[in-house]
Design a protein around this ligand. Sequence first.
Ligand SMILES: Cc1cc2nc3c(=O)[nH]c(=O)nc-3n(C[C@H](O)[C@H](O)[C@H](O)COP(=O)(O)O)c2cc1C
Length: 158
Amino acid sequence: MAIDSVELRRVMGHFATGLTVVTTVSAHGEASGLTANAVASVSLNPPLVLVCVDKTAESHPHFAQSKVFTINILGEQQESVSRRFAGKGPDKFAGVGYRPGANQAPILEGAIAYMECTLVAAYEGGDHTIYVGEVQEASTQEGRPLLFFRGGYHQLDS
Ligand SMILES: Cc1cc2nc3c(=O)[nH]c(=O)nc-3n(C[C@H](O)[C@H](O)[C@H](O)COP(=O)(O)O)c2cc1C
């Protein structure tokens, strides 16, 4: 019998990850975004990345509508940003520094890297959709990552 969702979350929590805020834009051009760690590199040529988005997320439909998203990789000072974008509501961007990228999706101030993507595929993934994007623009800056491990936020020790 398959394990339940609580156990899967507990076990997968041992797989340490970085944290991202994946942004997109609504049909009305409003900024939208969510905290995500189900992010991975897919292909180098062409340059593809993926993010798995819960079908119940408010931002979920905006990916397919706008056909763009941007993966913002959070720095160690951005735990509050991660917590904010893991919540709900229309005011997630209030007080958060950002600028629209070339694809119009927000690029967050303080992110240690970002990748601006155009949506190339959407696959069924149970209660999530696997959105695959081709990376059009990308940039990095100095800084250390925010990490997630066993349900808690962490920083690199060294
Ligand atoms: C550490 C962490 C990682 C998360 N990773 C994901 C993820 O990969 N995909 C996802 O759909 N939700 C993920 N979430 C949950 C979303 O951030 C949360 O459901 C959010 O409220 C969705 O925002 P929205 O409904 O405004 O789109 C994560 C939450 C946390 C705290």
